[in-house]
Design a binder for this molecule. Structure first.
Ligand SMILES: Nc1ncnc2c1ncn2[C@@H]1O[C@H](COP(=O)(O)OP(=O)(O)OP(=O)(O)O)[C@@H](O)[C@H]1O
Ligand SMILES: [Mg+2]
Length: 509
């Protein structure tokens, strides 16, 4: 294990005057950031504030237009991430870069394998993983196939891989967005232990609770500039939120309950490969939330309802029409809108413009004229949605790939809500979205409900489910195992049901 190098003043990473310009956007404007050894440093800011760009510059993925980087007191210039790695940096990307078909040990040592007589020494690789895992409290079976591991363990493998290569500073960009609360707690325990050994962590996150509980210092960016440097122990959620947005933010707004009307979505005895015998109904003017630990069939259920996964038994009807075997396109035509969990692979076309992405699927709506989309209508539509959802893009003509993570999410939500479909299926609506935009998306979903639409909401955020849903169903091992009214669904009750032991509040309907 490489011990942290001794140098003058305990500074691990020092960015000075980093400026990065994209066409039409000043993403980083003379940013200074100091990360000390042994600290967990949170980097916060609204969607598009420049956090990922700054980390890409630090990690050698983007070249800054101006500014300097010092690592352990020495000035560096990285042409690629391998240069950054050689200097002791390691980055965990949000979409993991692991080989699913290889084992944990093979992934950890990949491209830095222990060798014996020129051959990869598998026994040594396994030993190394065990040692590292033990040293850092990152328990994971070296022989497990990565593709079969839950997401929290895959992230551990990523961290082990960086430690194997001697990383002394870890950069994590929204690491907990895809984790369950228990997995997130476990991650923070690991980060704290790494920091106590003198390593440093730069953490990009939108979750104030995590920052307050898990970081030492906070730097806040707004519009590419540093607007606040705060000591975590001396700040508050309100102060950070105000620094991010430049105004006071109302955290956790209370919404009035809906007034349910006729049944819009009716599901009976539905089964797929991963879902068993699901009964549920969603009425007009109602939000039904599905809570559950990730991987208990929620995504598969929504995919089956959207027409993207074969149904093996049961019946689905939309406004009394049988759509059990209808294609995804037919379902959309019959009045179903869908916000998928994966905004990159399924939800959007990265090379197409923001305007075209917003118009996607609107060939049969009021936007179109005889099945065609007139450019002027597409532009006007884009301008409306960019405004309504606060999508930050220099112009609607830039490709969707130029949007920051949270802004792409706003695009997807905006496009689907604009369909005004009687039924909206929405998964993880605020993943990666900043606190101000979360309030906006929540308000828009409530307004959508109050306009008489039916909403089926799947979210890993219990507070989101509890804040929005009029009824809460819990899924466990592919089944709906409990059903609660808004009032019954407190954290404890839901937590028990999500762990497979529902408390007897109300019989499953
Ligand atoms: N390749 C690119 N081309 C053009 N503009 C870009 C590119 N990458 C980022 N930008 C712009 O730079 C700004 C900063 O984006 P960045 O991804 O750093 O934001 P962020 O703070 O990470 O936001 P989020 O919280 O949404 O992830 C945004 O306005 C974004 O649209
Ligand atoms: Mg980002």
């Amino acid at each position: 294990m490489t011990p942290p190098q001794a140098d003058t003043d305990g500074v691990a990473v020092e960015l000075r005057g980093i400026t990065k310009r994209f066409p039409g956007t000043l993403a980083n404007d003379s940013v200074d950031l100091t990360v000390r050894r042994g600290e967990i440093h949170a980097l916060m800011g609204e969607n598009g504030a420049g956090k990922s760009t700054l980390m890409s510059v630090l990690y050698g993925m983007e070249r800054a237009d101006a500014g300097s980087i010092r690592i352990d007191g020495r000035e560096v210039s990285f042409a690629s991430p391998s240069d950054a790695m050689a200097a002791g940096l390691g980055m965990v990307h949000q979409s993991f870069k692991l080989f699913d078909s290889l084992t944990v040990a093979e992934n950890v040592v990949y491209a830095a394998e222990p060798r014996r007589f020129g051959l990869v020494d598998r026994a040594a690789a396994r030993r190394r993983v065990r040692e590292l895992a033990e040293e850092h409290g990152l328990a994971v079976d070296p022989d497990a196939r990565v593709g079969e591991l839950p997401v929290g363990l895959r992230q551990r493998v990523e961290i082990l891989k960086l430690l194997h290569r001697g990383a002394r500073t870890l950069i994590l960009d929204e690491p907990t967005a895809v984790l369950t609360p228990a997995e997130a707690d476990a991650l923070f325990a690991v980060l704290k232990s790494l920091a106590s050994q003198g390593r440093s962590v730069v953490l990009v996150t939108h979750k104030l609770r995590e920052v307050l509980a898990g970081s030492d210092n906070v730097t806040v960016l707004r519009d590419g500039r540093v607007v606040a440097r705060l000591v975590t122990a001396q700040t508050s959620a309100e102060e950070i939120a105000a620094a991010m947005t430049g105004r006071a933010v109302e955290l956790d707004r209370i919404h009035a309950p809906g007034t349910p009307g006729d049944v819009v979505l009716d599901v009976s005895g539905l089964s797929t490969d991963a879902v068993h015998d699901v009964e549920l109904a969603v009425r007009a003017g109602e939000i039904v939330g599905i809570a559950g630990v990730a991987g208990n069939g929620q995504s598969e259920l929504v995919e089956a309802l959207a027409g993207l996964r074969p149904v093996t038994a049961g019946r689905v009807s939309l406004k009394s029409q049988d759509i059990t075997h209808a294609s995804a396109t037919e379902r959309r035509a019959k009045g179903l809108a869908y916000v998928p969990e994966d905004r990159h692979a399924v939800g959007t076309a990265p090379a197409a413009s923001v305007a075209d992405n917003l118009a996607m699927g609107h060939h049969r709506t009021s936007l179109s004229s005889r099945g065609l989309l007139p450019p002027a209508a597409v532009r006007a539509h884009a301008r409306r949605l960019v405004e309504r959802f606060g999508i930050k893009a220099s112009t609607p003509e830039v490709p969707a790939s130029a949007l920051s993570g949270g802004n792409l999410q706003k695009l997807l939500i905006g496009r689907e809500l604009a369909h005004d479909a009687p039924l909206l299926l929405v998964e993880q609506p605020t993943r990666g979205v900043d606190i101000g935009a979360i309030q906006n998306i929540h308000d828009q979903l409530i307004a959508y409900r109050d306009a008489g639409h039916a909403v089926l909401l799947v979210s890993a955020e219990l507070s989101e489910i509890r804040g929005l849903a009029d009824r809460v169903l819990v899924m466990y091992e592919g089944r709906v195992t409990a059903s609660y009214t808004k009032d019954e669904a407190d954290e404890r009750i839901l937590g028990l049901a999500m762990a497979g032991a529902p408390a007897p509040v109300e019989a499953v309907d």
